[in-house]
Design a binder for this molecule. Structure first.
Ligand code: COA
Length: 338
C-alpha cells in the first residue's frame, strides 16, 4: 500500500524483556517424547523462556520492555499519547493494555489491546503509523507480548517444543514527511483456514437449576491447537507474495533491502521465504534459537537485539513480516532513521 501522509512516522527506540527461566530442549525431552536433535533439525530452536512464578506475568514483561524502550528513547512515560498492546494471551479478556499503562505511569495515554496472534506486532505498528501519519498523535508505544506457555498442552510434543514467553516494545514518533520511516504495508486475512491454528473456546452443557428460565451456555478456552504442516505450507507460500507486493508498490527490489525480519516461528521458514525472494541468508535476522516462537513479541525482541548488536545502520531498509493464526499475515517496510 502506498501511503498518502500528512506527517512522517519513525521508530525511535526499542526494548525487550524475557523471563529468567530458560527451558532447554534436553529438559523438554524429559517431559515429552522428543529430542534436542529433532527440535533443532526441524525448527532451529534450542531453548525458550517461560514464566516461572506468580510475580511474573504478561504485564511485568510488557512493562519492563516498555520502560527499556522509553529509556532508550530518552522519553518520559507522560509523553506517550497511545499504547497498543499486541497480544493473544492477555491476563484479562477485557484487555491488558490499560494495566501496562498504569504500571509504567503513562497516565495520559489511551491504551488498547490488538489481537492478531503472531501478526499482532506488524498490525499494531501499521495501526500506530496511521494515527501518527494522519496527525492525530505524536508518540505511540507499541508492545508485542505473549505468554503462550499458559495455553500450551505440555503433553503435546508437536506444539510444546515451539513456543516461549516474552515482550518487545517500540516507541514510534512523528517526524517530517521527508524523514518518514514506515514506508508501506501489505496485509491479509483468510478466516476460512482459522481452524489450522487456534486456541478455541468450547462450550459446556450446563445443567442449571434455572435452565427452564435461562438457556445460557458457558465454557472455557482450550489448549493451543496447530496443524503444523498446513501452517508451514501457508507461511512459506504466502509470506513471499506479501513481501513482493509490498516492495513492488514501493519500487524497491528484494536485493536492495538490508534486512529480512520475519516472525520468529521456525528457522526453516525464515530460510525458505528468503530463498523464494533470492534474499541472501546473511540478511536474515534470527534469534529464535534462544527464545522459540514468542508470538506477537518475536519481531520486536529480534529488532531490539539486532539494534543492540549494531547490525542495523542508518537508512537500512528492513522488511518485516508477521504470519500466524487467523490466518493473518502481512508486511511492513521500515527504513531505519538513526
Ligand atoms: N519430537 C519428535 N518427533 C515429533 C515431534 C517432536 N517434538 N513432533 C512431531 N513429531 C513426529 C510426528 O509425530 C511425526 O511422526 P510420524 O512420522 O511417525 O507420524 C514426525 O515427527 C513428523 O511430524 P510432522 O508434523 O510431519 O513434522 P514437520 O516436519 O511438519 O515439523 C513442525 C513439525 C511443527 C516443526 C513444522 O510443521 C512447522 O514448523 N510448522 C509451522 C509451525 C509454525 O511456524 N507455527 C507458528 C506459526 S505462527
Amino acid at each position: 500500500m502506498v501511503l498518502s501522509i500528512l506527517k512522517g512516522a519513525r521508530i525511535l527506540a526499542t526494548g525487550s524483556a524475557v523471563p529468567d527461566l530458560s527451558i532447554k530442549n534436553e529438559e523438554l525431552s524429559q517431559i515429552v517424547n522428543t529430542s534436542n536433535e529433532w527440535i533443532v533439525n526441524r525448527t532451529g530452536i534450542q531453548e525458550r523462556r517461560i514464566l516461572k512464578n506468580k510475580e511474573e506475568s504478561i504485564i511485568t514483561l510488557a512493562s519492563s520492555a516498555s520502560i527499556k524502550a522509553l529509556k532508550n528513547a530518552s522519553m518520559n512515560p507522560l509523553d506517550i499519547d497511545l499504547i497498543i498492546l499486541a497480544t493473544s494471551s492477555p491476563n484479562d479478556l477485557f484487555g491488558s493494555a490499560a494495566q501496562v499503562q498504569a504500571k509504567i505511569g503513562a497516565k495520559k495515554a489511551v491504551a488498547f489491546d490488538l489481537t492478531a496472534a503472531c501478526s499482532g506486532f506488524v498490525l499494531s505498528v501499521i495501526t500506530a503509523a496511521q494515527f501518527i501519519q494522519n496527525g492525530s498523535y505524536n508518540n505511540i508505544l507499541v508492545v508485542g507480548a505473549d505468554v503462550l506457555s499458559k495455553w500450551i498442552d505440555w503433553s503435546d510434543r508437536s506444539t510444546c517444543i515451539l513456543f516461549g514467553d516474552g515482550a518487545g516494545a517500540v516507541v514510534i514518533q512523528s517526524c517530517s514527511k521527508e524523514e518518514n520511516g514506515i514506508l508501506g504495508f501489505q496485509l491479509n486475512t483468510n478466516g476460512k483456514e482459522a481452524q489450522q491454528l487456534s486456541i478455541p473456546y468450547k462450550e459446556n452443557d450446563i445443567d442449571s437449576k434455572h435452565s427452564h428460565l435461562l438457556h445460557i451456555n458457558q465454557g472455557r478456552f482450550q489448549h493451543l491447537y496447530m496443524n503444523g504442516k498446513e501452517v508451514y505450507k501457508f507461511a512459506v507460500s504466502q509470506v513471499p507474495i506479501s513481501i513482493l507486493k509490498c516492495l513492488t508498490s514501493l519500487n524497491i527490489l528484494p536485493e536492495n533491502i538490508q534486512w529480512l525480519l520475519l516472525h520468529q516461528a521456525n528457522e526453516r521458514i525464515l530460510h525458505a521465504v528468503a530463498n523464494r525472494l533470492s534474499i541472501t541468508s546473511n540478511k536474515i535476522i534470527s534469534n529464535l534459537n534462544k527464545y522459540g516462537n514468542t508470538s506477537a513479541a518475536s519481531i520486536p525482541i529480534a529488532l531490539d537485539e539486532a539494534l543492540k548488536d549494531k547490525k542495523i545502520k542508518k537508512d537500512d531498509i528492513i522488511v518485516v513480516s508477521g504470519f500466524g493464526a487467523g490466518l493473518t499475515w502481512g508486511t511492513v517496510v521500515i527504513q531505519w532513521k538513526y
